[in-house]
Design a protein around this ligand. Structure first.
Ligand code: GSH
Length: 255
């Protein structure tokens, strides 16, 4: 049995299979791709995932993409603690939240992150080099995202709409967690892994909306997940300041 994971920092989509594999106790060969160096668009990786997006996982020769179905595959294919509830209603609840995280919350948070972090961090190169890098991106949707980030082309309206959605989603999550210990009810599940990867840095990136006073249930949920050995081990694999933002969840630090 061999598992290879192509990933960037433990964060958003890459962190989802990383944390799931850690929770299941599955050893894997790690291929770190530096997103800011456009490693994901280089031929060696396009031979694995022609879309040029991360993460991708190879299990016994089978290539898997799309981080959320990838988490479900990991849970089903390997021994270890189950990460999906058996009860149909709880499983529906888990998938409801994963859909909300992926389709609504993540794209809005990502647009803000790309405008204030990814764009400025990758922009420090000559415009011609950046244009050539964009031309090598296989997916049109990713070419557009990169162009907007690298040339600061996100409009004020779309950023305002993303901020509105992030606030709406944060309040919805706080409301849910005020009534439910974990995303799907009584047991930790893939829904929590998904939400944690999306939201672990919310207290830093959205300090006015996500903090101990306004969203105490989100804060407690994030801290409980961060205290899990699998989460500690996964974020210890981070190489940049992006992953080290997780230290905001140390209980000694009140947000
Ligand atoms: N829906 C895909 C999205 C994959 C995706 O877009 N990943 C981002 C990183 S979080 C990426 O590869 N960005 C690099 C790029 O666009 O060049 C998934 O969940 O795996």
């Amino acid at each position: 049995m061999s598992v290879t994971l192509y990933h960037w920092e433990p964060n958003a989509n890459s962190g989802k299979p990383m944390l799931t594999l850690a929770e299941k106790g599955v050893a894997y060969e790690s291929h770190y791709l530096d997103l800011l160096q456009f490693d994901q668009h280089k031929p060696a990786y396009l031979a694995v995932n022609p879309d040029g997006t991360i993460p991708a996982m190879v299990h016994d020769g089978r290539v898997l993409t799309e981080s959320t179905p990838m988490m479900e595959y990991i849970d089903d294919a390997f021994p270890g603690p189950p990460l999906k509830p058996r009860d149909p209603a709880a499983r529906w609840r888990m998938r409801w939240w994963m859909r909300f995280f992926d389709a609504y919350f993540a794209p809005s948070l990502s647009m803000i992150g790309w405008s204030i972090f990814v764009g400025p961090a990758a922009r420090q190169r000559p415009a011609e080099e950046l244009r050539a890098a964009i031309a090598r991106i296989p997916l049109e949707s990713r070419r557009i995202a990169w162009r907007k980030a690298l040339f600061n082309e996100f409009s004020a309206e779309e950023l305002a709409e993303s901020r509105r959605r992030v606030l709406f989603a944060t309040l919805a999550l706080e409301d849910h967690l005020s009534r439910s210990t974990w995303i799907a009810g009584d047991a930790y599940s893939l829904g929590d892994i998904n939400g944690f990867n999306l939201g672990y840095a919310l207290p830093l990136s959205q300090p006015d909306h996500c903090n101990d006073a306004k969203t105490p249930h989100i804060m407690e949920w994030l801290r409980r997940i961060y205290e899990r050995p699998a989460a500690r081990a996964t974020w210890a694999k981070g190489r940049t300041q992006m992953a080290s933002r997780i230290s905001i969840l140390e209980r000694s630090k009140r947000a």
